[in-house]
Ligand binder design. Structure first.
Ligand SMILES: NC(=O)c1ccc[n+]([C@@H]2O[C@H](COP(=O)([O-])OP(=O)(O)OC[C@H]3O[C@@H](n4cnc5c(N)ncnc54)[C@H](O)[C@@H]3O)[C@@H](O)[C@H]2O)c1
Length: 345
């Protein structure tokens, strides 16, 4: 078991890796407990939930809507939740985002924690204190930055996670290695098959490594004014692909990472060999690195990115595996690159 601490402006968050869900009671404060989960997680694990009332949302992104979560606020009121209650989210990224947002806003904020049940949530969504919901198709546009008191990551829970969802998590693990640690990238190359087979020892060690990277970045820049932007590696192009095609987040980020690496290679920042190593690793995890869509259409969506500047957008590129670089890319320059390299997207 390993613990990793994030030092947030409003308190610390302790992430416990390789602890069993059955042990969560040890980490709960002596407060009235309310659980938020989803119906899939409930079906698999309700029998090991701590004793408390729970609200089970419909699984999936469609539940991350302000309108939908009003029913959770009402449920809390009806069950006499007060400012000294504690909210525990047990689920993937959707549940954690909702539980964190509800807890941060109900009665101006109650304490909360997570049992993170998907790989993406363990290495990414439940780490870093961003909580939020969607509005009118804009993802995570309403939200808060507020650290959970603890996050429990039990890798055994991943045995029931659908393979497609597992792969989404691997995309973020590759991203973390690419932006910070060539050694970790090598370990991922070496351990790929064991990870796909859910070898628990190797999985735990990689989950902890990946969380450590995100925790370091978030502790240095909780509110994304500087280096937290590095976590957007692969996401700028990837989000546009996701919006346009509706493919899963992990697959879209994988395509976005290929694009960022190709751009890095074009700028002479990485070699063809490094580019191919990234592509090979992504493909070994079963992630796509190209897709049959018109790159100009992706570019048109990218131009509407909420994080754009007036005539440019900040792109995270690589100067080597594990060595990121934030580059402000003029839209004109980017458009030329897209048009001259439109054999793949
Ligand atoms: N707050 C952040 O910093 C941050 C970062 C990345 C992503 N996110 C958000 O996370 C969400 C995606 O998270 P996700 O990929 O975990 O999606 P998810 O929560 O929808 O989970 C994916 C699916 O797996 C099921 N599931 C989860 N754990 C399971 C288990 N152990 N066994 C069986 N089924 C299980 C869920 O019911 C769901 O159907 C998005 O809304 C995204 O915006 C937030």
């Amino acid at each position: 078991m390993e613990t990793i601490v994030i030092e947030g402006q409003n308190g610390n968050s302790t992430i416990i890796v390789d602890e069993r869900i059955e042990e969560v009671a040890k980490y709960l404060p002596k407060k009235k407990l309310f659980i938020i989960t989803d119906k899939n997680v409930e079906n698999h694990y309700a029998t090991v939930f701590p004793e408390a009332p729970f609200f089970s949302i419909n699984p999936g992104e469609a539940s991350k809507q302000l309108g939908y979560i009003e029913s959770i606020y009402r449920w809390l009121l009806e069950n006499n939740a007060h400012r000294n209650s504690f909210i525990l989210g047990i689920g993937g990224g959707v549940v954690c985002d909702i539980a964190g947002f509800v807890a941060s806003t109900y009665m101006r904020g109650v304490e909360f924690g997570f049992v993170s049940t998907s790989l993406l949530s363990q290495v990414d969504a439940s780490v870093g204190g961003k909580n939020g919901v969607d509005l009118d198709g804009y993802k995570n546009i309403i939200g808060t930055i507020n650290q959970p008191r603890f996050v429990l990551c039990d890798p055994r829970l991943l045995k029931t996670l659908p393979h497609e969802e597992l792969v989404n998590g691997f995309a973020e693990m590759v991203k973390h290695a690419l932006i910070s640690d060539v050694k970790l990238f090598e370990h991922l190359e070496y351990d790929c098959n064991d990870l796909l087979q859910l070898n628990q020892r190797i999985l735990s060690s990689h989950i902890a490594e990946s969380i450590r990277i995100k925790a370091r970045v978030v502790t240095a820049d909780e509110r994304e004014s500087g280096i937290r932007k590095l976590l957007n590696f692969g996401h700028t192009w990837g989000h546009a692909v996701e919006t346009l095609t509706g493919i899963s987040h992990g697959k879209a980020v994988s395509i976005g990472m290929e694009f960022a690496c190709r751009l890095s290679m074009k700028k002479g920042l990485i070699s063809n060999r490094e580019y191919l190593r990234v592509i090979n690793l992504l493909q070994s995890f079963g992630l796509p690195t190209c897709m049959n869509i018109e790159p100009n259409k992706v570019f048109n969506v990218l131009e509407k990115d909420k994080k754009r500047n007036a005539n440019s957008i900040d792109f995270v590129l690589l100067r080597g595996i594990g060595v990121p670089k934030i580059e402000t890319m003029d839209f004109e320059e980017l458009k030329k690159f897209v048009q001259n390299n439109n054999d793949e997207t």
